[in-house]
Design a protein around this ligand. Structure first.
Ligand code: WT7
Length: 654
């Protein structure tokens, strides 16, 4: 904690301030009055936001919180999410407007899809899914690269009321299998592969392997993207171009209940088993559409928007698919890595398409910062007017660099705090209202109420730290954890049960103005490059290796990735010293079990782990070792000499 406090002191000394540009402020979508309006009557405020969607049947109640913490929003209302994201724009005469400027990784490999194109593709895919036996309520998994078909697939599912679960393409076959199993996905939509770092990277083999671990899947729908060879099972595998291309372009969207499940997104919690976060239709779409319009000050007729996230994460769901498309924007979708074929690729894309709003993650900004300003300076990025950041705290230096080098000192930077669970942005500056403070996400946006509280749930005074909570329900909140209502109540609503607050799992501090500085997780969840990883999940992966007896994982500070995975491993006696390749072998094992993002930066083979008398591993001490600090207070250890043993062992090994 002392270390965090120190970082914080440094952060709070940060006194640069950036006023909103005058022209933006005078013409802003969300103004200061919105805070007052929302405060006066929160439900009326949300009802007004809900009017940005097209409802088949209007709701009769804005919020039903009778069975808290199980929320229902816009009860009695009916709508179709895909209709809202696609058809209604075509009906409004915007069929020829480009919805997606798609940029494949190989140079010159591009496609533009208009809203009319999207309507045709989504309708065909919806018909094909129905043909494959998918019914309303069935779960469909999507395991795909960043190609237009991924978005088409999501919208086709939404259109027929089949909740999708998108699994990030970087996850392993094992991780995929456990997700398929947990939500009992009947169909998987995938592709032969996608382009990453200059070459074709396969995806279908992981689906094939996942199918050997679970038998829930009936059909696998495969898009041909790279043309690489794939194994084929005639009973199960179906080519997209065989069944979708030939399907009818006519499809009438059915209106579903506002609370109809839209999707399940798996995210790491504090136990080994990922949580399936459930989002439903009406409230979620209201949250995405409202925040995308308000926080990015979207002017749909002139803006060109680009969010660099992968659709396999919630950011891709809310700010590539549902928010932007509900708002009828033109956006860029890029398949590959930022440095392929060269390090200026992103900036060239911004120049080429005249991107005006750009949303990315601090980890990416830090890696560009390292490469210097010369590379971005080669591209004309004067079209940019707003920059966004999400995924982890943005350090003031990265914020200022982003604003200066990428935004030419014109663009506000909106540092947006939210989570898979919150569905949409919760805390953020408003670009036309708030003066930017590098490093602070500032305060809850209109309609959202948050606080920082102590252990008892009391609001802390300005200048103090505590736990970040949301103090009233909001439309895009998660509804439960798929198949596990108890875990939902337990994880988010039991800590501050008396007050009825949502516990976000983040620590935060209020500065002297009452603005929020998010400090990071207070639970056993790590944040590596803006991706959530559970320490326990990686520990279980390590322990599943035959040579491992025990493992403890901590997130250690890392200049590039924010946090990095550091593992301490006790080998089984019969494994001896594990052999010269043991560390490599274990890193490979974690990659295979979970995926490349979970690969430990460092694995230390140790004779013991520091435990309290009740057997709890003291990760705080291991973090000291991993971050090369003097080891803190060891008096609560069952055996206080353990830390010496560990340090000695590591010194010898190094
Ligand atoms: C966790 C949620 C939200 C989409 C991407 C990640 C951290 C997120 C910020 C921010 C400080 C942030 C928190 C949060 N986080 N945005 N602007 N400042 N921290 O979604 O995987 O559900 O992770 O990311 O720790 O709890 P996620």
């Amino acid at each position: 904690m002392s270390d965090t406090a120190e970082t914080l002191e440094n952060l709070l000394k940060e006194d640069r301030r950036f006023e909103p540009p005058a022209d933006l402020a005078s013409n802003a979508n969300l103004t200061a009055e919105a805070y007052d309006a929302a405060e006066k009557d929160r439900e009326a405020f949300w009802a007004e936001q809900a009017e940005r969607l097209t409802w088949d049947t209007k709701w009769d109640r804005v919020l039903d919180w009778d069975n808290a913490p199980f929320a229902k929003w816009f009860t009695g209302g009916k709508l179709n999410a895909a209709y809202n994201c696609v058809d209604r724009h075509v009906e409004a005469g915007k069929g020829d407007k480009v919805a997606i400027h798609w940029v494949g990784e190989p140079e010159g490999d591009t496609r533009d899809l208009t809203y009319a194109d999207l309507q045709r593709e989504v309708s065909k895919a919806a018909n094909a899914l129905t043909e494959l036996g998918v019914e309303t309520g069935d779960r469909v998994a999507i395991y795909m690269p960043m190609i237009p078909e991924a978005i088409v697939a999501m919208l086709a599912c939404a259109r027929i009321g089949a909740p999708h679960t998108v699994v990030f393409g970087g996850f392993s076959a094992d991780a995929l299998a456990s997700r398929l199993d947990d939500c009992q996905a009947k169909v998987v939509i995938t592709s032969d592969g996608g382009y990453r770092r200059g070459s074709a990277s396969a995806l279908k083999p992981a689906v094939d392997e996942a199918r050997t671990k679970t038998d829930v899947v009936r059909k696998v729908l495969v898009v041909r993207r790279t043309g690489q060879d794939v194994a084929w099972d005639d009973d199960v595998d179906v080519w997209w171009h065989d069944v979708v291309d030939s399907a009818s372009e006519e499809h009438t969207p059915e209106a579903f209940d506002a609370e109809h499940p839209l999707y399940v997104m798996y995210t790491s919690g504090t136990t080994g088993k990922p949580k399936g976060i459930l989002h439903t239709t009406g409230g979620y779409l209201v949250g995405c559409s409202y925040t995308h319009w308000g926080v990015f000050d979207l002017k749909p007729d002139t803006d060109v928007y680009w969010c660099s996230a992968d659709i396999g994460w919630v950011t891709g769901h809310s700010y590539i698919v549902y928010g932007p498309l509900a708002n009828g924007v033109t956006q860029v979708l890029y398949e590959g890595t930022p440095d392929t074929p060269e390090r200026g690729r992103w900036w060239q894309i911004i120049e080429k398409y005249g991107v005006t709003i750009f949303y990315t993650a601090p980890t990416a900004i830090r890696s560009f910062m390292k490469q210097g300003h010369e590379i971005p300076d080669r591209s004309d990025m004067s079209s940019l007017r707003i920059l966004g950041s999400v995924g982890e705290p943005i350090n003031p230096e990265a914020y200022v660099w982003y604003r200066h080098v990428i935004g030419g000192d014109r663009t506000p930077v909106v540092d947006t705090w939210w989570q898979t669970e919150t569905g949409s942005i919760m805390i953020s500056p408003l670009p036309g209202v708030t003066h930017g403070k590098p490093g602070s996400a500032m305060k809850a946006i209109p309609g959202i109420t948050t606080d920082v509280v102590d252990d008892e749930g009391n609001s802390v005074p300005n200048g103090s730290g505590g736990y970040l909570v949301v103090t009233s329900p909001w439309p895009s909140m998660l509804r439960t954890i798929w198949g596990d209502d108890d875990r939902y109540v337990d994880t988010y609503w039991s800590r501050f049960k008396k007050q009825g607050y949502y516990f976000a799992g983040d620590g935060a501090k209020k500065d002297s103005d009452g603005d929020v500085w998010v400090l990071g997780r207070v639970d056993d969840v790590m944040n590596v490059s803006g991706h959530r990883l559970s320490t326990t999940e990686i520990e279980s992966a390590l322990v599943s290796h035959p040579k491992v007896a025990e493992a403890a994982v901590v997130g250690a500070k890392d200049e590039d990735t924010g946090q990095a995975v550091c593992a301490f491993v006790i080998l089984r006696e019969e494994a001896g010293d594990g052999g010269p390749e043991i560390v490599q072998e274990l890193r490979q094992h974690v990659r295979k079990e979970i995926g490349p993002i979970a690969t430990p930066r460092q694995i230390m083979i140790v004779p013991e782990l520091p435990k309290t008398r009740s057997g709890k591993i003291m990760r705080r001490l291991l973090r000291d070792v991993a971050e090369h600090r003097e080891v803190g207070d060891v008096t609560t250890l069952a055996d206080s000499s353990v830390m010496e043993l560990i340090s000695e062992g590591i010194d010898k090994g190094a």
